[in-house]
Design a protein around this ligand. Structure first.
Ligand code: GDD
Ligand code: MG
Length: 348
């Protein structure tokens, strides 16, 4: 039995102004008809042996999540509601405790709810390969061939071996640019896709060894959780007291039991407007658009708006318009969109 655990608590600040605190990226249809969450849920359900997914999200997003899943035919999703954001390690820990609460110990397929995967069947066969080859007590992660020295990813070096699944020698979460350049140039590293496969008890044992306090708080948060329809509300005091950290820093960098399976499945984390631009069709000059856009003497632009947009004589521009905001940015600077969100937060 495989329990897909969908992580649905990110804020997606680099896709401002479309992605907002109340409506972050996973709830947007960034490519195709489905939102990223819907696409992830459907992808997870099609894995052989998969149970209905457990979605871990902020309590504020409960109804958006339920509504979006209903729309794709998942009428009674299991929801685990967080009273506050504590990053992915506590979110996964709470899911693992909740999964074991009724006496079982399922395999957890942990999936970010905000990625795109073009090759669905490739994804499914990767999960099956991992299932067939993972040793007992393994924490399996899925690796992606790196395309650039991106500092927003985890980097994985696998031990030399012939098997499909390789032991992880080194896991470095979000290295600085110098090291990222070295890693990519060496050809020895893959990106961490952020998807994981392990038994609930295996993850919890690793967490207990590396983060005993986080382990205890999350255990308490599930023990004292309250049932609310299809949802389980984590205890606020206990969960809020857990240190906020990602699974990558809290567990994956430290464990001796990580294994990596390389993937080539058209994976894209849609982490910036550039990444969105990469996923859509362009005209002969590299211009891409969502909506009515006229481009004249322009190259490599991306525009998205409900209104008619005209771009003349510009290159490498991103133009995103929503009801209450307009973003104009150079393609080389789209990572700084998150700084806009930072400023907005400061000024309340
Ligand atoms: N429920 C819940 N609660 N989900 C969360 C929380 C939280 O507090 N914080 C983040 N998430 C969700 C996000 O929505 C996303 O789907 C996933 O967990 C990963 O979080 P990100 O914040 O997007 O992580 P990242 O992109 O910086 O880094 C991770 O993903 C990279 C690949 O995209 C790491 O695993 C990297 O190593 C990896 O390369
Ligand atoms: Mg991410």
């Amino acid at each position: 039995e495989i329990l897909p655990v969908l992580l649905c608590g990110g804020s997606g600040t680099r896709l401002w102004p479309l992605s907002r605190e109340a409506f972050p990226k996973q709830f947007l249809p960034l490519a195709g008809e489905h939102t990223l969450l819907q696409a992830t849920a459907l992808r997870a359900m099609r894995v052989r042996g998969a149970l209905a997914p457990l979605v871990v999200c902020n309590a504020d997003h409960r109804y958006v999540v339920a509504e979006q899943l209903n729309e794709v035919g998942i009428t009674h999703p299991r929801l685990l509601l967080e009273p506050c954001a504590r990053n992915t390690a506590p979110a996964i820990a709470a899911a693992a405790f909740a999964a074991m609460a009724d006496g079982g110990d399922p395999l957890l397929l942990v999936l970010p709810s905000d990625h795109l995967i073009k090759d669905e069947s490739g994804f499914r066969s990767a999960v099956e390969t991992a299932l067939a080859n993972a040793p007992d007590k393994a924490l399996v992660t899925f690796g992606i061939v790196p395309e650039r020295p991106d500092t927003g990813f985890g980097y994985i070096r696998a031990a030399a071996s012939d098997g499909a699944l390789r032991h992880v020698d080194q896991f470095v979460e979000k290295p600085g640019i110098e090291r990222a350049r070295e890693y990519v140039a060496s050809g020895d590293y893959s990106w961490n896709s952020g998807m994981f496969l392990f038994r609930a008890s295996t993850f919890l044992a690793e967490l207990e060894a590396n983060e005993p306090d986080m382990f205890a708080r999350c255990s308490e948060a599930v023990e004292r959780a309250s049932k609310d329809g299809d949802a389980l509300r984590l205890d606020k005091a206990a969960f809020g007291a857990a240190r906020a950290d990602s699974i990558d820093y809290a567990v994956m960098e430290r464990t001796q039991n990580a294994f990596v399976l390389p993937l080539s499945i058209g994976w894209n984390d849609v982490g910036s407007w550039n990444a969105v631009w990469e996923t859509i069709e362009k005209d002969a000059h590299g211009n891409a658009a969502h909506g009515d856009v006229i481009t004249i003497d322009s190259r490599n632009t991306y525009a998205r708006s409900e209104r008619l947009v005209a771009l003349i004589g510009v290159e490498d521009l991103v133009v995103i318009e929503t009801d209450d905001a307009l973003l104009v940015a150079h393609r080389d600077h789209v990572q700084q969109v998150k700084d806009v969100v930072g400023r907005l937060r400061e000024s309340g």
